[in-house]
Design a protein around this ligand. Structure first.
Ligand SMILES: [Cu+2]
Length: 225
């Protein structure tokens, strides 16, 4: 009997306190559906250090036949925040952008050039004026991009675009199952993880058998931006 194929799964934890913990601030905004007391969204850390908003991907995946196209992701503006805070997409493939607020947002997408440099080229600047407005956008090149809204200065999200669909983003439980990974050919792969508050590569090696492997990443708070 053939062994059932499962996903490549990742578990990500943070050890020690981060260098830039979240802070509370007052936002002046109407029709945002939330109070004016807000907090920055740098960290999603669980009780045991489970780290959310971490993008995990196979570096150079080799897929078997009949591998389906990955699901089309969506970025939602809700409560004058981006949901999710960190999104992964396939370069050259469309993703959806939804305004779920009864107010004007614009989505300014720029190239992320590093923690100390100003943002790079503008990729698109999408105005969304009404609740329910749904548009499609895409990033043609793999890379890291930031989204900002000029109406609500605190709104920020990250989008990481890949040349393939074998990636996932950890939830609040620090866990992720990489989409399409059950279609990987057996073999040895590099796998990496990225969180917006870290500059270092976390690359390690996994051996995938029957589409399955489990990997653990540990980020150190002391090395965070
Ligand atoms: Cu906005």
């Amino acid at each position: 009997m053939a062994m059932a194929r499962a996903d490549v799964t990742a578990t990500v934890t943070l050890s020690g306190p981060p260098n830039s913990p979240d802070e509370t601030f007052i936002a002046s905004a109407s029709n945002c559906g939330e109070g004016s007391v807000r907090h920055t969204e740098n960290w999603k850390i669980g009780p045991k250090g489970e780290l959310g908003d971490v993008v995990v991907w196979v570096v150079d995946p080799k897929f078997g036949p009949n591998t389906p196209a990955p699901a089309e992701p969506q970025m939602t503006q809700i409560g004058c925040r981006y949901d999710p805070h960190v999104l992964a997409v396939v370069a050259g493939a469309p993703f959806q952008v939804l305004n779920a607020d009864p107010t004007l947002h614009n989505v300014l997408a720029r190239v992320y050039t590093g923690p100390t440099d100003p943002p790079g080229d503008t990729i698109f600047n999408l105005g969304q004026s009404y609740k329910g407005q749904l548009d499609q956008e895409q990033f043609d090149a793999p890379g890291i991009y930031t989204l900002n809204c000029n109406v609500h200065s605190w709104m920020q999200a990250w989008v990481r675009a890949f040349p393939h669909g074998c990636f996932a983003v950890t939830g609040a439980d620090g866990k992720a199952a990489l989409q399409l990974s059950s279609h990987l050919l057996d073999g040895t792969y590099k796998i990496d993880a990225w969180h917006p508050r870290f500059a270092q590569s976390q690359e390690q090696t996994i051996v995938v058998k029957a589409g399955t492997a489990a990997v653990t990443f540990k980020f150190e708070g002391a090395k965070s931006l």
